[in-house]
Design a protein around this ligand. Structure first.
Ligand code: HPA
Length: 287
């Protein structure tokens, strides 16, 4: 593709994000400043939004459709204790065959909607030994091993700068609030570094030993493209992993997607309680 065509693609994506945002605004009067991406088995939180409007991804112009099991594939706009929010019930992943730009497109739509903060949740494997099955962990930083970056190609300045800073990608104030909320609820939240791989095969034990040696505490197949795009657009980010399994080779047992979904289901109430407690704090921090 020529450079001119590529820069055309960057501006086209901006136009698409505008079109998607406009479509969503026609469906609701709410104007949320907070977005939530609800990962594998965690989508049920959006069913608790009040006065909610649900929009299947397939209906939103240019929006990617989700195919993963455990993902409903719809946008839910509603309120949590009076705070307007937009939630993604399920995300799309690189391993489904989507490009990294498609994966992060919804974040850019949220930016065009005026969203200022995003809470990204996921299911992850626990590399650090204390991150056992069912543990909820705040992401303090990440390592991008997906081999792609959503900002590759000509930069669209209307989204953000060419070289966005990533030295404080996971908002310190949000993490402190989340830790305090966890404490209040008797949830022992961990904090750790999330390594993102492309998947869909789970890691080998040798890969997990490698990831541990480079400083990763959690491993998964999502979130990082969305975080990069969110930071590019100037959004503040909170990332929370649900450790659904010990990473490969940590325990002497094979990994299974069913186990991932079952664990997410088991800690769902705790996770949802935590999110409910955090949202008003984020709303306050944005004032
Ligand atoms: N590895 C990668 N992604 C995951 C895992 C894992 O062990 N568990 C849940 N998502």
């Amino acid at each position: 593709m020529s450079a001119a065509n590529k820069s055309g693609r960057a501006s086209q994506e901006f136009v698409w994000a505008e079109a998607a945002a406009k479509y969503i605004f026609r469906k609701t009067k709410l104007r949320p400043k907070i977005a939530l991406v609800l990962g594998s088995g965690l989508g049920a939180f959006a069913d608790e939004f009040t006065r909610s409007v649900k929009i299947p991804y397939a209906k939103i112009p240019h929006f990617p459709r989700s195919t993963a099991i455990g993902h409903a594939g719809q946008l839910v706009i509603g309120s949590v204790d009076g705070v307007p929010v937009v939630g993604m019930q399920g995300r799309v992943h690189l391993y489904e065959g989507y490009s990294v730009r498609e994966v992060s497109f919804p974040v850019r739509v949220f930016a065009r909607m005026g969203v200022k903060a995003i809470v990204l949740t996921n299911a992850a494997g626990g590399i650090k030994r204390e991150f056992t099955q069912g543990r909820l962990v705040l992401i303090s930083d990440h390592i991008n091993l997906q081999g792609v970056n959503p900002l590759s190609g000509p930069n669209e300045e209307r989204f953000g700068p060419r070289f966005p800073d990533m030295s404080a990608a996971y908002d310190k104030e949000f993490r402190a609030s989340a830790l305090a909320e966890g404490k209040r609820r008797g949830i022992d939240l961990g904090e750790g570094v999330y390594a993102a791989l492309a998947g869909p095969s789970y890691e080998t034990p040798a890969e997990i030993r490698y990831l541990r040696s480079i400083g990763a505490d959690l491993v998964g197949m999502s979130t990082v493209p969305e975080v990069i795009s969110a930071r590019h657009c100037g959004m503040r980010v909170l990332g929370i992993s649900c450790v659904t399994n010990a990473a490969a080779g940590v325990l002497d047992q094979p990994l299974d997607h069913k186990e991932v979904l079952e664990t997410a289901e088991r800690v769902k109430d705790q996770f949802m309680g935590l999110l409910r407690g955090i949202i008003p704090k984020i709303a306050n921090a944005l004032k």
